[in-house]
Design a protein around this ligand. Structure first.
Ligand code: PLZ
Length: 448
């Protein structure tokens, strides 16, 4: 089946959302649980590169990549060919019943692209939460310990154990308890909001971590420390430089498994294959998902062979984990990342984002901070009185302005006051520039 290419430019032919989307919205309200929320209710018909085409024929610019998934772009030709080829050969056998080469090849690839040159093994799953949960299971068996430390502002998923790891109650945990036990939360090295200033952040946050773990948990009881090397849902919080490396080093000294949750940061997003690399950190285990599958659901835990082999034979698995179609997609996505130097692209996008957002911040005191790395950049919105009071209402208004103009952008942050940029890494420079013009326009309008 061939389709005509989608022009990489914005085009609005109706108001947003258009009549056909509004009709579907009515049907959604009758048929879909209201607990599943929708950000921008335009229904998508096709997508390519960094453009989403809705059912009314509007071409929207995608600055969200379906939450950091479409890094290789929508309908990457390599992914499309690999997926259609695999669908025609076979779609499922269950790797635990009768295996297939794609699963093994993908685990080999993961060993190659993840940080560190030690012996590595992987296990494949379906979602980021499932990968995180399995990483904790593996760390517990390996250490024979139970406790796990996660951080303020962390997001790790919506299953029972990962809800416990996730910091924010609304909406992720509201009414869903009781949560998994033996999860302890420590302060995050969040430079912008560190009480004594960003220059003291790494050292003081690490000191608090060490003393609180000692008093509240006991190092000898701690199986794993899990951290997003740049926090995603929590607000694109880049830990103060040195914090991640000190944590990882401390874990090694105490026989604790250091788990990097690179579900959002992984696979070229931050300008390296993995965000940990920027800090020179080699995690014991690394959880990945999202961009790995080039749009198909797949996730992985990759790490030191001796840790990955700790559970009993048959201890890890699942019916669909490492589905053959998803493995084919992932192998093709990784090839596109390598062949098109998407890490390099992410760095260039990062430069452009930083320049443009900093210019905006110079104009608007409501932008408290511009932060991030590579194609994972954000602005944190605050009251313009120097108090750093989060402004979630302004954030919503800016995002609504973007949506009306045909730009899909996402909010995030513990206080709902961060606008994040997660463009497909293949976005053309002119389209990115247009997206940033729209953001500036929407900002000006919302500030009033
Ligand atoms: N770890 C770091 O960012 C998913 C969540 C969207 P799943 N982030 C998007 C929502 O509201 O559900 C995420 C992440 C990090 C784990 C996960 C979980 O990945 O594939 O959504 O399970």
């Amino acid at each position: 089946m061939t389709t005509t290419p989608i022009e990489q430019s914005r085009k609005l032919v109706t108001e947003i959302p258009g009549p056909l989307s509004r009709e579907l919205a009515t049907r959604r309200r009758a048929a879909v649980s209201s607990a599943v929320s929708v950000g921008l209710e335009v229904y998508i018909d096709r997508a390519e590169g960094a453009i989403l085409v809705d059912v009314d024929g509007n071409h929207l610019i995608d600055l969200g990549s379906g939450i950091a998934v479409a890094s290789v772009g929508h309908a990457d030709p390599g992914v499309v060919a690999a997926v259609t080829g695999q669908v025609a050969r076979f779609t499922h056998t269950c790797f635990m019943v009768t295996p297939y080469p794609g699963y093994v090849e993908l685990c080999e690839k993961l060993a190659e692209v993840t940080p560190g040159d030690h012996e590595k093994k992987s296990a494949l799953f379906n979602s980021g939460a499932e990968a995180v949960e399995n990483a904790i299971k593996i760390a517990r068996v390996h250490t024979g310990r139970k406790a796990v430390v996660a951080f303020d502002h962390a997001y790790h998923g919506r299953t029972n154990l990962t809800m416990a790891l996730t910091a924010k109650v609304q909406p992720y945990k509201q009414g869903f308890g009781p949560f998994a036990p033996e999860v302890y939360r420590m302060p995050m090295a969040y430079p912008y909001r560190w009480p004594t200033g960003p220059e003291n952040c790494a050292e003081e946050a690490f000191a608090q971590f060490v003393s609180q773990v000692h008093v509240q948990v006991g190092e000898e009881n701690l199986a794993a420390v899990i951290l997003e090397p740049i926090q995603g849902e929590g607000g694109f919080i880049v830990p103060a430089p040195g914090f991640v490396a000190r944590l990882a080093q401390w874990c090694t000294e105490h026989g604790i498994v250091f788990i990097a949750d690179e579900v959002q940061t992984g696979f070229c997003r931050t300008g390296d294959w993995f965000a940990c690399e920027h800090e020179g950190v080699v995690p014991d285990l690394i959880a990945t998902a999202k961009a790995l599958g080039g749009g198909l659901p797949i996730a992985a835990v990759t790490g030191r062979a001796e840790i990955m082999d700790a559970p009993v034979v048959g201890g890890l698995g699942g019916t669909y984990g490492g589905n053959p179609v998803s493995c084919a997609a992932a192998l093709a996505a990784i090839e596109t990342m390598t062949g098109n130097d998407l890490a390099g692209r992410a760095r260039l996008i990062g430069q452009e984002l930083e320049q443009r957002l900093s210019r905006l911040a110079a104009e608007f005191p409501q932008i408290g901070e511009v932060r991030g790395r590579g194609a994972m950049m954000a602005i944190e919105l605050v009251r313009p009185d120097g108090s750093k009071t989060p402004d979630a209402a302004l954030t919503k208004a800016v995002l609504a302005g973007c949506a009306r103009r045909g730009l899909v952008a996402l909010g995030c942050g513990t206080y709902g006051n961060v606008i994040r940029m997660l463009p497909p890494l293949v976005i053309e420079p002119a389209l990115l520039a247009e997206a940033l013009d729209i953001l500036a326009e929407s900002f000006t309008e919302a500030v009033g």
